[in-house]
Design a protein around this ligand. Structure first.
Ligand code: B12
Length: 451
């Protein structure tokens, strides 16, 4: 493994955005419930690292570094030090929308340090908004699950070959992107093209990966990619062009067996889509004697229609469920294309509670909420017995249907604010009052860092 080749690759995870207007404007007593950080391993970069494991590859998780060591210097200085230490030939980073400006900062610092280092960028925001990627600090952009393409690039660079024919590579030629000459090699990133993320690269930050008050660190792992539902505000189905890829059971079991974390947070958009598959998976988990605690995203309608499956999950280790309630109103749910009615929420809550599963229900707050709307939501949320609830702001993420609907109404284009904790649309209430109302909602049920 490693070291036998000369090519040095440094993959840097972006820090998280510090903008959180809900927290800033919330009443003092609500602040401790509002989540300040989400932490989990950068699965994308760990997958890329695994794809070139025969090269000298380093992954650096800036999120975890800043959490563990708050005195860590600001990003530009930190990246400069990493470049001095590792002397890479290739630097890569990954971006979702709210971390895009930091992705650029990482690559700009790299080019300033040494313009000959090859700079790469990818991730959800690249997949959805490729036109944003013309900053001169970027050499190549990859869209989608491009680990195989990335490997081709590393091999070509190692062999000093021209890079023009790298599959899936968009070349940034003076503020103009040249599309790939050869299409991307990946077709099914959850099955044939699945590459298991190499978590050993983030072992130095193990103690950063704590969720809420959990007694042990946790890891993320996906059992599927994409989503069969088409909620207007969500980026995930757009990222996968509406396709849904289920991994196979053997592959999931293999990964579970080599994960040295007790808590596994499934990173699926919805963990339960194929009911029989999930029954089989949990039968197998039992058969193999795998003993872990799980966190999953499960829709309310799935729980209501499959109480037996929820019971099986509970026996197999499911401890926490995250459920996007989104709204308590039928018309809002319809507008979001959530495809179930608000009446199911109460029933779902009962099923999870009956099985001793802790439930976190998340609501999204639209920018046009009035005092009366906040009061109505507050009354509704107070009336049911969810352990934890979260209240974030409906945000038109670039690349989503909601973005298309709202793009002319956007008043704030600073991507650092596109993390569900800031309103980028004009609010009906005065802005501070709006945030204060959202903040107050967090008092109804205790929040945690789990989402
Ligand atoms: C795991 C995860 C995280 C992790 C890790 C992310 C990280 N890099 O540090 C943590 C917990 C830190 C996180 C945080 C947040 N997240 Co998050 N997260 C996810 C989740 C559940 C899975 C993503 C994942 O791991 N996919 C699997 C990996 C393998 O895919 P990947 O990362 O895309 O990487 C592949 C390709 O993109 C490509 N690639 C990626 N980068 C690169 C780079 C190069 C050079 C190349 C060649 C290829 C390449 O190859 C990779 C391997 O196949 C998704 C939802 C989902 N179900 O997809 C949300 C999601 C990505 N998160 C989202 C958001 C908004 C956030 C937060 C901002 C806020 C929040 N409330 O969730 C926070 C940010 C921090 C904070 N404020 O606390 C949104 C992003 C929306 C958008 N348009 O930006 C998503 C889509 C959730 C949603 N439904 O809206 N998140």
């Amino acid at each position: 493994m490693g070291q036998s080749t000369s090519m040095k690759i440094l993959l840097i995870n972006t820090p998280r955005s510090p903008y959180n207007a809900i927290l800033k404007n919330a009443p003092e007593e609500a602040r401790r419930f509002i989540h300040k950080k989400l932490i989990g391993p950068p699965l994308g970069l760990l997958t890329l690292a695994a794809s070139v494991k025969d090269f000298d590859v380093t992954v650096f998780d800036t999120k975890a570094e800043y959490d563990l060591y708050p005195d860590t210097p600001p990003l530009r200085q930190l990246v400069w030090k990493l470049l001095e230490k590792y002397q890479p030939d290739i630097v890569g980073t990954t971006v979702i929308t709210s971390e895009f400006p930091y992705g650029l900062e990482i690559l700009q610092t790299t080019k300033k340090y040494n313009p000959h280092i090859l700079t790469l960028i990818g991730g959800l925001h690249a997949t959805l908004c490729i036109d944003d990627f013309t900053d001169p600090s970027i050499d190549i952009v990859f869209r989608g699950h491009a680990a195989k393409d990335f490997r081709q690039l590393v091999i070509a660079k190692e062999n000093n070959e021209v890079l023009d024919n790298i599959p899936g590579a968009y070349f940034n030629k003076g503020a103009m992107l040249v599309p790939p000459k050869v299409p991307s090699l990946y077709s099914n990133p959850a099955v044939d093209d699945f590459i298991m993320p190499d978590r050993s690269h983030v072992e130095p930050w193990r103690n950063a990966y704590y969720v809420g008050n959990a007694p042990y660190p946790s890891t993320y792992m996906f059992t599927s990619l994409g989503c069969p539902y088409k909620c207007t505000f969500c980026s995930v189905w757009k990222e996968h062009e509406g396709k849904y890829y289920q991994r196979n059971i053997n592959s999931i079991i293999e990964e579970l067996k080599c994960i040295n974390y007790k808590i596994v947070r499934f990173a699926d958009a919805n963990t339960v889509v194929d009911i029989k598959f999930m029954h089989d998976l949990f039968d197998r988990i039992k058969l193999e004697g795998i003993q872990k605690e799980y966190i999953m995203d499960i829709r309310a309608d799935i729980a209501v229609n499959n109480p037996g499956l929820i019971e099986k999950f509970a026996k197999g280790g499911l401890k926490i469920v995250i459920c996007g309630f989104e709204s308590f109103r039928e018309d809002e749910l319809r507008k979001y294309n959530k495809s179930y009615g608000a009446g199911l929420i109460e029933k779902a809550i009962n099923i999870f509670h009956d099985n001793g599963i802790m439930l976190r229900g998340n609501y999204v707050i639209p920018n046009d909420y009035s005092k009366d709307d906040f009061k109505a939501l507050s009354d509704y949320a107070s009336s049911h017995k969810v352990n934890y609830a979260g209240y974030t702001i409906l945000t038109p993420m670039p690349g989503t249907v909601l973005y298309q609907e709202k793009k002319d109404e956007i008043i704030d284009h600073n991507y650092l604010k596109y993390n569900f904790f800031n309103s980028v649309l004009k609010t009906k209430l005065p802005i501070d009052e709006f945030y204060n109302e959202v903040g107050k909602l967090w008092l109804i049920k205790k929040g945690t860092d789990v989402i």
